[in-house]
Ligand binder design. Sequence first.
Ligand code: 5AD
Ligand code: SF4
Length: 479
Amino acid sequence: MSNYAEIQALAPAAEPERQYYFIEVCRRKVQEESRRLGRPLTFCVTTFGCQMNARDSEKLAGILEQAGYQPAEAETADFIIYNTCTVRENANLKVYGHLGLLKHRKKERPGLRIALCGCMMQEPEVIEKLKKSYRFVDLIFGTHNIFKFAELLAESLECGGQIIDIWKGTDQIVEDLPVERKYSFKSGVNIMFGCNNFCSYCIVPYVRGRERSRRPEDILKEIRTLAADGVTEIMLLGQNVNSYGKTLEEPLSFAELLKKVEEIEGIRRIRFMTSHPKDLSDELIEAMKASKKICRHLHLPLQSGSTRILKAMNRRYTKEQYLELAGKIRREIPDISLTTDIIVGFPGETEEDFLDTLDVVRQVRYDNAYTFIYSKRTGTPAAAMEDQVPPEVTKDRFDRLLALVQEQAKEQTARFAGTVQEVLAEEVNDHKPGYLTGRMSNNLLVHFPGDASRIGEYLTVRLEECKGFYYMGTVITSS
Ligand code: 5AD
Ligand code: SF4
């Protein structure tokens, strides 16, 4: 038996014990290498895409640190891993750009190890391309087997060569793996994985698989542990949090889960992402309204304001239904900040459809909107639709939408000028020495004088000057 076959034969079958066993295997290998080089080995995780990926990256970092790697910048790291996104073509192009640069670096430093994971790896064409033209990448895995990272890393360290392991799907959710949080005071918490919505433009259901909810007791246990470790703000993560719990053995609604999270001592702020308008219940609005901890922010992707396009997108709501929902939320929770995602140039979008989108933006008055040019994703129903909109038409609409969105966001931001708000100090301001950047409950950023020792504190801040999309403020008291 080869050395690695022996290691594998001794591994426990159950998770997460199996991964802890492989972390130990990695640890021995990393120690050996580090002794040989006379210095510690280092790693760098680069993340593309959404909050979900950011959380996954914290899990990758947790495993690498336990295996004995130390964090470093990408330029000097011995192990570089890209956690990729594929929601738009641009995200893929960025990764190939980075790989182009790494090819040279690896020639200069053959000891450098490169890994790729995340959503883009679930696309068969990507894997073909990597196999053919990017042989220098050591380890490639996908979204479904990320919990096996330690095992794959051990194989890579022991055996070398290019390792590719992509699963088509999984119903497994492995709990209690190590995590290295980016912030000491706030954390994402996965409540569900995958997506069942199949919006016709979206690749996510194909790369993240079917919807699976984590058991409430596992979620609550994780949050209690985080709270005990000093975390005061949590962001509940899922592609469509409003359909949480439907597939559990004992179904529980998202609003019910929120109420349970609310009871956890030490947690002061609760955020969540992302809400699908079709599933947003009155029960949730009530829960938000009654809560002292749920933040005054709701991200409610519109995608298009045209009922005809919404139908082609398979969004399952109309322009009128969306407007009614947004109106109800604004009425019930007046200080809420509403943000959205909008796609311009979906196949078949006419000027009239686009004017409907502008109309919704005007009526809802978003506090912020993320605008995207439609990107054709192979394998999605929209990619096969005729009538793709010419790029120059899309670009013109995009510019008009962006101008409106920015104008409204500025006006919406300005409505808090002069008020006193609770702000969580999050980081040192990179641009202005002696300043910190904090976040209000409604997700607006405030910059104010302060030093690093206050990071993680809740401060009472007066919003002195509105600077468009953010504020300059002064601290009144800490709470
Ligand atoms: N083209 C452009 N934007 C897209 N999004 C998802 N798929 C596409 C696509 N094919 C946007 C949606 C979604 C956000 C995360 O990305 O607006 O809400
Ligand atoms: Fe990108 Fe979607 Fe994957 Fe998030 S889930 S990284 S947005 S493709």
